[in-house]
Ligand binder design. Sequence first.
Ligand code: GLU
Length: 484
Amino acid sequence: MKIRTRYAPSPTGKMHVGNLRSALYEFLIAKHDGGDFMLRIEDTDQERFVEGATEIIYRTLEKTGLVHDEGPDKDGGYGPYVQSERMKTGIYMKYAKELIDKGEAYYCFCDKERLASLKTEVVEGKEITVYDKHCLHLSKEEIEANLAAGKPFVIRQNNPTEGTTTFHDELYGDITVENAELDDMILIKSDGYPTYNFANVVDDHTMNITHVVRGNEYLSSSPKYQRLYDAFGWESPVYVHLPLITDENHKKLAKRSGHASFEDLLEQGFVTEAVVNYIALLGWSPEDNREIFSLEELIKEFDYHRISKSPAVFDIVKLRWMNGEYIKAMDFDKFYEMAEPYLKKVLTKDFDLKKIANMVKTRIEVFPDIESHIDFFQELPEYDVEMYTHKKMKTDSASSLQVLQDVLPLLEVQEDYSNDGLYQMLTKYVEEKGVKNGYVMWPVRTAVSGKQMTPAGATEIMEVLGKEETLKRIRKGIEKLQNA
Ligand code: GLU
């Protein structure tokens, strides 16, 4: 049987790391096996619907390369692929009525006041009303009369109060719960929309989904879904519930972490491929300790049986490292295209930006890092003369002053301001003096950059700065050392 997975997002905002991981794993499970990956939009919760969220979903899937085989924009014969459109076909009501006929569901006419008077229970931090099955006991005539009078209603699942229900998850194994713990959840809401819980089951079945992959926050509802499958006499899909993703403090990754959504990460200068690679490892690992994977490689390697149950920590330091690896491996043109806005933000003078970009490519982890590496080109920073003193280079203020005074006239007459030309000229001076390279290069680089660490050597920096600016900075260095 061909594997069919679905990514079933609710369009409620940005695409969170957890959402993207579900999409990625569903995609990988299908593609690893030559199966189909489907997109279904679960928009039945009108209150949570956010304008533009569907577009974010499309954009993200496209950008990350998680190409769906079927979806609202790609008919595969199982449409409609948007739940609000499916609702219009009457599918959910039809199945809900089938359950009513089987005694597995019932109409509930209770109003807000009555529901408010019922006892509540805290389930996973949320207060829920435990419905007391009041309307299960209405007579046929009462129900008919209520319906005829147009009284608002919901349809509830009728869960037994005795016995147990068992379902199977590929990672967690068999899970058995007491039926008495299962509330009679709403299947059809008073606005006629199905709940997520009901639509999801009906759709997964009618759309022939073989594997359901989702966050383990759905684990606790799964017995109720299992009861629906059993009530219909349907075979349930293979379930894979994914471990929680936490932040560095082992708290559930939340918006306030600042890097919880795909869009946030891109804005922070991360590269799509690195993010996808990193997210693949949030709960899954290959047999060896390999960490860098392209999407193609992931498809080949991904075995869902190797997904872990323990929470995955979203480690921004690790992601930054991985992103740096992707930047290093990136071809220069693509790198430049992404780096340019960051370069232009800092450098407004007439510099050779490509040369500067080349200097930083191997030194940054995320694009905004560029700024602190290159700011000295724009403006010589204030620096301390102490910086001229370097033990290993055997330099101090006096030696540096001497070197700068010696090279200034050479630089004044020098015409070739290419890196090579400058390097030859300076090494000639080094040889004549019989000193080590660093003895000269250290003070020169300090003078032209004002920094201890630079993305390139003295002559490369001077090439970019040009003659006029170089001379200005060397003179400034001399002045500083003389006044010290
Ligand atoms: N609409 C649900 C969500 O966005 C889907 C969960 C599932 O995959 O079943 O969380």
